[in-house]
Design a protein around this ligand. Structure first.
Ligand code: PLP
Length: 457
């Protein structure tokens, strides 16, 4: 018999989690104003809100924490991180920051000006927030296939070269850079192919533009390139990652994702002049350039995490778990973004709750229902997250309404995935009875989804 697949690690430390009753959950979610960000984590049984900063560090990462050098300037931890970044990404210069959005804040303070256009593939919400905060505009150039959840394109994160060229042709002078998100979080954890990266590079060169990689899940992207792009079948994840990054001028990184740490991030750069300009803002916003808002121990853990996060066996274990959950949902006939992405399963709420209109926040409604069913916390990636148009202040209704079930790295077992799948099946079986969506009671002027207060419509 062929041996079954098993995790490439064993469990050495555990954290107790508690179940709750349906009555408790109904009370708690009401108190949280139907916003899952407002729940206490102790009110959640299986937490799939995010895969950001929620991973389990390895024994080696914890050992590195003990070795962290807590010097204000010139800590050995800084040099350890520098060496790991150079080895894994090829970037010679770097600035540590406390998390991914801080990297965006520092870099965009130098590069983004009022009235700019920033083309890319489904910009992440903080990226878009940092662009719009500077009165500039994010232009989505993702391929159309990404918006059809049933289309089986292997690289749905790809940039549509025609859409990109249209922007560059018409308004090249307004474009400070092109940003590529790997994997593409907002469109379902979908990867970008090496071929696409190469072609975007050619176009960027033609128009003399820089390319920035939003690299939170670059290792998962490299894994998909290895599996789905014939030419890279025998390449190592590290070699693939190095080639990917060779097409970028700058990278921003939330280390809370593929570097498997609980906090941290960095900017990788090649141009010493741009590095110097960013340094000014890094010191103002984050801290001195050799710690950037991080403790030495955190930098050590990131360095170790960059090596572990780019090991094939680890990535295979991780992505196969996401696939396991996705396949269980498919077996129940639940509509999800296909193919299954790298870090999360994206449930197609428009097809799930066909009774409701998008104006009633279908994905948020589904997230609340799943929480009440089993204490499973997912997150809405839909109209709430899409926020209002910064100019007209009208609600934006994105093409897709997703309930994202993000899987923390090395944390849950497939038994937990079974609970999630059955809970969602139970909601699916009674979907005709979900006749009321949500309405907004109170919202912030930007990035409202974190604090929005809702009620039943
Ligand atoms: C998480 C994330 C960010 C922001 O990083 P934080 O560490 O949460 O600040 C930026 N881009 C992408 C694609 C992300 O997934």
């Amino acid at each position: 018999m062929e041996l079954p697949f098993a995790e490439s690690y064993r469990i050495k430390m555990v954290e107790t989690i508690r179940r709750s009753s349906r009555e408790e959950r109904e009370k708690w979610i009401k108190e949280a104003k139907y916003n899952l960000f407002q729940l206490k984590s102790g009110q959640v049984f299986i937490d799939l809100l995010t895969d950001s900063g929620t991973g389990a560090m390895s024994d080696r990462q914890w050992a590195e924490m003990m070795l962290g050098d807590e010097s204000y300037a010139g800590a050995s931890s800084y040099y350890k991180m520098k060496e790991a970044i150079a080895a894994v990404t090829g970037f010679e210069y770097f600035l540590p920051v406390h998390q991914g959005r801080a990297a965006e804040n520092v870099l965009f303070s130098v590069l983004v000006k009022e009235g700019n256009l920033v083309p890319g593939n489904s910009h992440f919400d903080t990226t878009k927030g940092h662009i719009e905060y500077r009165k500039a505009f994010a232009v989505d150039c993702t391929i159309d296939e990404a918006f059809d959840t049933q289309c089986l394109h292997p690289f749905k994160g790809n940039v549509d070269l025609q859409k990109l060229e249209d922007v560059l042709k018409k308004s090249a002078e307004k474009v400070p850079f092109i940003i590529i998100t790997l994997t593409n979080n907002s469109a379902g954890g979908q990867p970008v192919s090496m071929e696409n990266l190469r072609l975007v590079r050619q176009m960027a060169d033609k128009y003399g533009k820089m390319i920035i990689f939003d690299s939170a899940r670059f290792a998962e992207n490299a894994y998909f390139i290895k599996l789905r792009e014939e030419k890279y079948r025998d390449s190592s994840i590290r070699d693939i990652a190095r080639e990917m990054f060779s097409y970028a001028d700058v990278m921003t990184m939330s280390a809370k994702k593929d570097a498997i740490v609980n906090i941290g991030g960095f900017i990788g750069l090649r141009d010493p002049e741009l590095f110097r300009q960013c340094t000014v803002f890094n010191i103002m916003y984050e801290g001195y350039i050799t710690y950037g808002g991080l403790a030495g121990r955190d930098m050590n853990a990131i360095a170790q995490g960059l090596y572990e996060g780019t090991e094939f066996e680890y990535l295979e274990t991780r992505i196969r778990q996401v696939e396991y959950l996705g396949n269980r949902l498919i077996d129940f006939g639940i509509p999800i973004q296909m193919p299954i992405g790298g870090h999360a399963v994206f449930v197609d709420a428009k097809r799930f709750l066909t009774n409701l209109k998008q104006e009633e926040f279908q994905a948020q409604t589904l997230a609340v229902q799943l929480y009440i069913e089993a204490g499973v916390r997912g997150v809405e990636i839909g109209a709430l997250l899409a926020d209002r148009d910064p100019v007209t202040r009208e609600n934006r209704f994105p093409k897709l309404e997703f309930l994202r079930l993000a899987i923390p790295r090395r944390v849950y077992t497939n038994n937990h995935m079974d609970v999630v799948a059955i809970a969602l099946k139970n909601v699916f079986d009674r979907r005709d009875k979900v006749t009321h969506g949500m309405k907004i009671i109170r919202e912030a002027p930007i990035m409202r989804h974190f604090t929005v207060e809702l009620d039943l419509a």
